[in-house]
Ligand binder design. Structure first.
Ligand SMILES: [Zn+2]
Length: 64
């Protein structure tokens, strides 16, 4: 059992709850993936603003 006690005035451990780190999936791009695209039953894919078109193509919003 691990007790994690949070004392007043101390910052919480970096292990955030519920927040997933997801960066842009474009090769070589390390921007934050603020745009998530998910298809049925598939894990969501994330892209940054500059590459969000790839995500839209992934979910089929754009033809071709
Ligand atoms: Zn990107």
């Amino acid at each position: 059992m691990s007790d994690e006690q949070m004392r007043n005035g101390e910052t919480a451990p970096r292990r955030s709850s519920g927040i997933v780190e997801h960066y842009c999936e474009h090769p070589g791009c390390s921007s934050w993936g603020g745009w998530g695209y998910s298809r049925l039953k598939d894990a969501p894919r994330w892209f940054c603003y500059a590459h969000r078109d790839e995500g839209e193509r992934y979910i089929g919003r754009h033809d071709g």
